[in-house]
Design a protein around this ligand. Structure first.
Ligand SMILES: NC(=O)c1ccc[n+]([C@@H]2O[C@H](COP(=O)([O-])OP(=O)(O)OC[C@H]3O[C@@H](n4cnc5c(N)ncnc54)[C@H](O)[C@@H]3O)[C@@H](O)[C@H]2O)c1
Length: 286
C-alpha cells in the first residue's frame, strides 16, 4: 500500500466532488478532478475559486496561500489522468451498477497500492470493492454537503478493508480538518440511517397535506434546532440523491424507509432542488 497520500484524484465534480477537491488541495495534496462533463469541471473549479477568494477577502487566508492551493488543482475529462494518484475519491451518482463499473475501471488505471474511496451515501462498500482486485484498499469516505463546511467524514469500512487503509483515510480526513466516525459497512451507515427516517416521515406528512412545506420546515428548525427544515434540505442536497438514498434503505430495512409519492414526483418532473433551480421551493425567483 502507498505509505502516504500526497496526490488525490476526485472523480465527479458535482455538488460533492468540487468540495472534496478543495479540501484535499487545502490539506496540501496535489489534486486531479475528473468528470465526464467539461462543463461540470469548469463549474466546480469556478466554485472553488469563488470560495477561496472570498476567504482571502475575509482575511481567513493569505492571497499567496490561496494561489498555492488553486495551483495544486488540475482538471481533466480523462480517467487515465488518475493513474499516479495515491488515493482516488469517487463522487459520481448514487447508482450501484455505475459505481461498480467505475471502480473496475479505476482498478485497472490507478497504480497498485493506491486507495480507492467512495463518497457513497449508503451503498455497500464491500459490494463496490468486489468490482476490484484490491478490496483491502477500498473504503468509504462519506463527506456531507457542503463538504468544505460540514465537520464530519463518516468512514464506512468494507469486509476486506485493511487496518492500514483505515488509518491512512482517518489521517487524510484529519489533515482536511475533519472529525471522523469509523463504522461497519451497513446500509445508510450511521448518519443517513438516522436522517432518512426523518426525511421519509416528512414526505408522508407532505402527502397527507397536514401543513405547507414552509410550516413543516419551521417546525423542525425552531423546535429541534436544525439549521434547515426537511424540504429545504431535500432541495439543498438534491431530491434525486435523497430519494436514491432512502430507496437503498427501503431495500435493506423495508417500508419504514419508503419515500412518499409527492417527493418522488419532484424527481419524475426533473425538479431536483437548488441544482435544477426548482424543487420544493423556486430558486429562479430569487
Ligand atoms: N448531495 C449530497 O448532499 C451528498 C452528500 C454526501 C454524499 N453524497 C454522495 O456523493 C455522490 C455524488 O453526489 P452529488 O450530489 O455530488 O451528485 P451530482 O449529481 O451533483 O454530481 C455527480 C457528478 O458525477 C459526474 N459523473 C457521472 N458519471 C460519471 C463518470 N462515469 N465518470 C466521471 N464523472 C461522472 C456527473 O457529470 C456529475 O458532475 C453520490 O454517491 C451521493 O450519494 C451526496
Amino acid at each position: 500500500m502507498v505509505t502516504s497520500i500526497n496526490k488525490v484524484g476526485v472523480l465527479g465534480a458535482g455538488l460533492m466532488g468540487h468540495g472534496i477537491v478543495q479540501l484535499a488541495a487545502q490539506a496540501g495534496c496535489e489534486v486531479v478532478m475528473v468528470d465526464l462533463s467539461a462543463e461540470m469541471l469548469y463549474r466546480g473549479f469556478e466554485k472553488i475559486n469563488k470560495l477561496m477568494y472570498k476567504a482571502v477577502k475575509q482575511g481567513k487566508i493569505l492571497p499567496e496561500k490561496c494561489e498555492e492551493v488553486l495551483k495544486r488543482i488540475k482538471i481533466s475529462t480523462d480517467m487515465n489522468d488518475l493513474k499516479d494518484c495515491d488515493a482516488v475519491i469517487e463522487a459520481i451518482p448514487e447508482i450501484m451498477e455505475l459505481k461498480k463499473e467505475v471502480f473496475a475501471k479505476l482498478d485497472k488505471i490507478v497504480k497498485p497500492g493506491a486507495i480507492l474511496a467512495t463518497n457513497t451515501s449508503q451503498l455497500s462498500i464491500t459490494e463496490i470493492a468486489s468490482a476490484t482486485g484490491r478490496s483491502d484498499l477500498v473504503i468509504g469516505m462519506h463527506f456531507f454537503y457542503p463538504a468544505q463546511v460540514m465537520k464530519l467524514i463518516e468512514i464506512p469500512v468494507g469486509e476486506h478493508t485493511s487496518e492500514k487503509c483505515i488509518n491512512a483515510i482517518v489521517d487524510l480526513s484529519m489533515r482536511m480538518g475533519k472529525e471522523t466516525c469509523v463504522c461497519k459497512d451497513t446500509p445508510g451507515f450511521i448518519v443517513n440511517r438516522l436522517l432518512a427516517g426523518l426525511m421519509v416521515e416528512a414526505s408522508r406528512i407532505y402527502d397527507e397535506k397536514l401543513a405547507d412545506v414552509q410550516e413543516i420546515d419551521k417546525a423542525l428548525k425552531y423546535a429541534l434546532g436544525h439549521p434547515m427544515g426537511p424540504f429545504e434540505l431535500f432541495d439543498f442536497s438534491g431530491i434525486d440523491t435523497m430519494v436514491r438514498v432512502a430507496d437503498g434503505l427501503r431495500d435493506a430495512f423495508g417500508d419504514r424507509f419508503c419515500v412518499g409519492v409527492g417527493v418522488r414526483n419532484k424527481v419524475r418532473a426533473g425538479d431536483f432542488g437548488q441544482k435544477t433551480g426548482r424543487g420544493f421551493y423556486d430558486y429562479n425567483k430569487k
